[in-house]
Design a protein around this ligand. Sequence first.
Ligand SMILES: C[S@@+](CC[C@H](N)C(=O)[O-])C[C@H]1O[C@@H](n2cnc3c(N)ncnc32)[C@H](O)[C@@H]1O
Length: 363
Amino acid sequence: MVYYIRFLKTPRIQQQKGSTYLSALICITTDLGDSFLAEDVDLMMIAENSSGVTFQKSTKWNASNRELAITLGPLPSHLAQQSMVLTVQVPHPSGHLIPQYPPIPLVVAATSAPFGPRSTPAENLVQRRIQYSGCEPFPMKIWEETGNSIARHIWDVARDAGLATVTYLHMIRENIRRNDKSKSTEPKIQALKRVLSSPRRKPLQVVELGAGCGIAGIALASMLPACSVLLTDLPEVEDIITRNINAAQLATMSSVQYQNLDWDHPPDNLCPRPIELILVSDCTYNADSLPALVSTLDGLVRASPGAIILVALKRRHDSETVFFDLMGSAGFTAVQDSVEIPSQHDEVDEIEFYCYSRASEEI
Ligand SMILES: C[S@@+](CC[C@H](N)C(=O)[O-])C[C@H]1O[C@@H](n2cnc3c(N)ncnc32)[C@H](O)[C@@H]1O
């Protein structure tokens, strides 16, 4: 399992005895916030103002920590006169990197929203920066909610399956770009390789269900030219997803839009053109919603019979197997693959990928 640095109290400026300090309260937890990182890690705190002036200091997260108060300062006056952002990261994460593109670190760094020069705290947001070859020197930036209630961090946050989906899509794009024919790197899901191959005469039509903060669909439209992505979810996530769409650096002729779509009330006609790829990342953990999810997938593929569905999941409990039964009953067959993600104490975990199509389609 991957661990995420979160701001329990977002950074703010404080004056003490005529000097300026920055303070925040962080924790490091799994994507669901249900377990804390239980190993010691060194952390680097970097304050950067809007002119690019930086100030940094190291600190340490101990295995027994549940939260960590951080203070940075006294800050040089030329830094503190402007608004700034705070990044908290593991300084040398290479020991935990799994050799893949883009690397998924054990501890995912956090960058705050801007704050200062006055004492108003930063908004309850955290930005994840994801670097993969092709997007240098600017990483993909995804905002998510943060704040002092871990229980809230269920929907609009980056999650392990979303991060692994970015990696998986990128691995396939790299395989295509390098024209790599070696058996060890050949994607098991050939249908996905075909769909992600370019150039194309018309933009690839992609729909993502339960997009959350939009990480998977936005990453695809950032790395693939001529890719038209429609992100969908419940109205609760519209604000954060819109923020991420507005911040996205998309590939040439690619676009990302958002539409509310409740699996319990799917619209009759979602896309003006036939959908070719449907993304579903980390949406299969709630057994109660699986019939509606599968029924929505069934409806979308009836309207676009050639569509393939890429499902990414991290196994959380046995009830999720209902999803596979429902997909089988709806006439879908799948090809499977997986991506390893790091876990604490040098262990590894796995995100599973299933590419579904109707039995008549060759995948
Ligand atoms: C665990 S999140 C996954 C987010 C994102 N795909 C990712 O991998 O990071 C599951 C998403 O499914 C959405 N969801 C749950 N029930 C839904 C429903 N009935 N209709 C539409 N979306 C739903 C939630 O709002 C949430 O954003």
